[in-house]
Design a protein around this ligand. Structure first.
Ligand SMILES: [Zn+2]
Length: 164
């Protein structure tokens, strides 16, 4: 994806208030991120462990989503496959995160859940640039290009659900 600035990122969020988008944590090393191998930039909030964020590019420009780790889900994870990149991680390598829906539906408390790699490095896993930990399973008959397309399809479907 195209490199983004902090300002691009802050103005891209679709499911939080402008005030939240202004205050939330944005990584300081944006210039050093491997943008050419990222389909989305995902990061965790070091000051709020239940929060993660992702920003991707859609036809209308960058789209950012705030994600929360629901407190009642803490502890044992019986499912550990990322629903975006389909990497299976051992232990807590995959988190169930929820994203508030866009607009009135979100303000009424509606959200969409997604199982996602805890480090949000899906783009790197599908390209083999980062390997999941010992015990991980990643069996794949598709080419890297096909896996990237599939991941982007899942990501796009997730983002569409925020508007439904
Ligand atoms: Zn993933």
């Amino acid at each position: 994806m195209k490199p983004l600035t902090e300002q691009d990122i802050r103005s891209s969020f679709v499911n939080c208030s402008k005030g939240e988008a202004k205050r939330l944590f944005v990584p300081h090393d944006l210039a050093d991120r491997p943008w050419d191998v990222l389909d989305f930039l995902g990061w965790r909030d070091p000051g709020a462990p239940d929060r993660s964020y992702l920003v991707t590019e859609r036809s209308g420009g960058p789209v950012g989503v705030t994600l929360r780790f629901p407190s009642q889900q803490r502890g044992f994870m019986h499912r550990s496959m990322c629903s975006l990149c389909l990497t299976t991680h051992p232990g807590n390598g995959v988190n169930l995160m929820t994203a508030r829906k866009v607009g009135p539906a979100g303000r009424e408390g509606n959200s969409v859940g997604v199982y996602i790699c805890a480090d949000l490095a899906c783009s790197l896993y599908v390209r083999g640039k980062k390997l999941p930990g010992p015990g991980a399973r990643f069996e794949e008959s598709l080419t890297v290009e096909e896996q990237i397309a599939r991941m982007n399809g899942h990501l796009s479907a997730f983002l569409d659900r925020l508007h439904s």
